[in-house]
Write a protein of this length. Structure first.
Length: 422
């Protein structure tokens, strides 16, 4: 079957996205042969003098945001590539903390479309190469790449990393990575490079992580061994060898990820002061991660979509509940290929009122699927927006808490819904 006709020079970003989605038979197609060939031919494997690549089951986006915030405080020109986006494709690429306009993304897609020749690329591979090309155009100091899926065979692994990071390890994406934690560790450790720093922020990871580091002589920095951290009241401390950072501010993002980011920066040979670290921690934010969108009532959004991330979210909500007599109203919608039962189970003890909703699309779970694991009589909703509106109406007082979680799609839809209400 012949390829679809490429968009014209005047094409919009949405037209380019539709074209890219139609090019390849599979939305996810792990492997580096095709994307690696194009990256090599186009000289895109080293998009900046320093490249930090971040893999992990959870915490990738937060770790990238903390790295970016500290590096920008230190005066470095940064590029960040992440996925998926919440509302706009433009969110996937940040240059010096800012998104690019549609025209720049269209230019990048057109360039990669020409450079690839007859090589077929998946949507993610195409987007990854386009991001690398955009980074090369801006003459950056540091590029931070968030792995899309796994690590070893992910498109971001075509790059020459200077520092490789694993934030956390848990069973997720079973269809692609399996349900063996040792195999998952091996896949994520596939981003390690010989002789280069490899950071692991997961306590007691599977043996496959250190085995891979030993095999290729990567310099492993493991939390609990080469570095450690502890919270004391409203400050925290970080320690590595003879180096200590004391009385650091608690960031708005998970502390485990902040500690992992500090180790990555410490191993990077970049010039960063204590003042840069403090300011970067104070200013680090990421949409959809314990994001507060309203004060009264308190409305939070979090993309937690698996048991590991839901467990962390539940702890945060329990802390908030302990400070008041608030009830927690949960607006939740998920994808059917996630562990719905275990994810909802992690939240049961902290949620008082459930508002499950259906998502749309081939991977979407219906509200009825969620209700199988929720209390009898739980009312369901056709969309996250409908569930959210009902949650606001059902609040017993303005001190209650509304949490939106379950998927990037769920948070993205509520983000769009809120913009129409302004």
């Amino acid at each position: 079957m012949p390829e679809p006709t490429a968009p014209k020079a005047t094409a919009t970003l949405s037209e380019w996205q539709a074209y890219l989605l139609s090019l390849h038979t599979s939305a996810i197609d792990l492997g580096l042969d095709r994307v690696g060939k194009v990256a090599q031919d186009a000289n895109l494997t080293k998009p900046a003098p320093k490249v930090i690549t971040v893999a992990g089951t959870n915490g990738k986006g937060s770790t990238c945001a903390i790295l970016e915030s500290i590096l920008r405080e230190a005066g470095y020109r940064t590029g960040v590539y992440s996925s998926p986006h919440l509302v706009r494709y433009n969110e996937r690429v940040r240059i010096n903390g800012h998104e690019l306009d549609d025209e720049r993304h269209c230019e990048a897609f057109e360039t990669i479309n020409t450079l690839r020749g007859e090589t077929s690329l998946s949507f993610f591979e195409f987007g990854t190469l386009a991001a690398l090309w955009l980074f090369t155009q801006h003459k950056l100091d540091v590029v931070i790449l968030e792995v899309g899926l796994g690590g070893r065979l992910d498109a971001t692994n075509v790059c020459e990393h200077d520092v490789a990071v694993i934030t956390s390890l848990a069973i997720d994406h079973v269809d692609w990575l399996g349900d063996d934690i040792e195999v998952i560790g091996f896949e994520k450790a596939g981003i390690f490079r010989s002789g280069k720093p490899a950071i692991c922020g997961q306590p007691e990871p599977p043996a496959s992580v250190s085995a891979r580091a030993d095999e290729i002589d990567a310099k492993l920095f493991q939390v609990g061994y080469q570095f450690e951290y502890q919270q004391q009241g409203d400050v925290w401390h970080w320690h590595c060898g003879a180096f200590d950072l004391k009385d650091l501010p608690i960031p708005a993002l998970p502390l485990q990820n902040a500690a992992t980011a500090l180790m990555a920066l410490g191993a990077s040979d970049l010039s960063i002061t204590d003042e840069h670290i403090v300011a970067g921690l104070e200013n680090a934010r990421l949409a959809g991660r314990m994001e507060q969108v309203s004060d009264s009532p308190l409305v939070l959004m979090d993309v937690a979509h698996n048991p590991h991330s839901a467990q962390y979210l539940a702890k945060q909500l329990a802390t908030l509940k302990a400070k008041s007599k608030a009830k927690v109203h949960a607006v939740v919608a998920m994808l059917h290929d996630k562990d719905i039962k275990a994810t909802l189970a992690e939240m049961q003890h902290v949620v008082d009122v459930w508002c499950p909703a259906s998502l749309s699309g081939p991977r979407a779970a219906s509200a009825a699927e969620l209700c199988q694991y929720l209390p009898d009589g739980t009312k369901s909703y056709d969309s996250p927006a409908e569930a959210y509106d009902e949650a606001l109406v059902s609040l017993s007082w303005h001190g209650d808490i509304v949490i939106v979680f379950g998927s990037f799609h769920t948070v993205g839809q509520i983000t769009s819904h809120l913009s129409t209400m302004e």
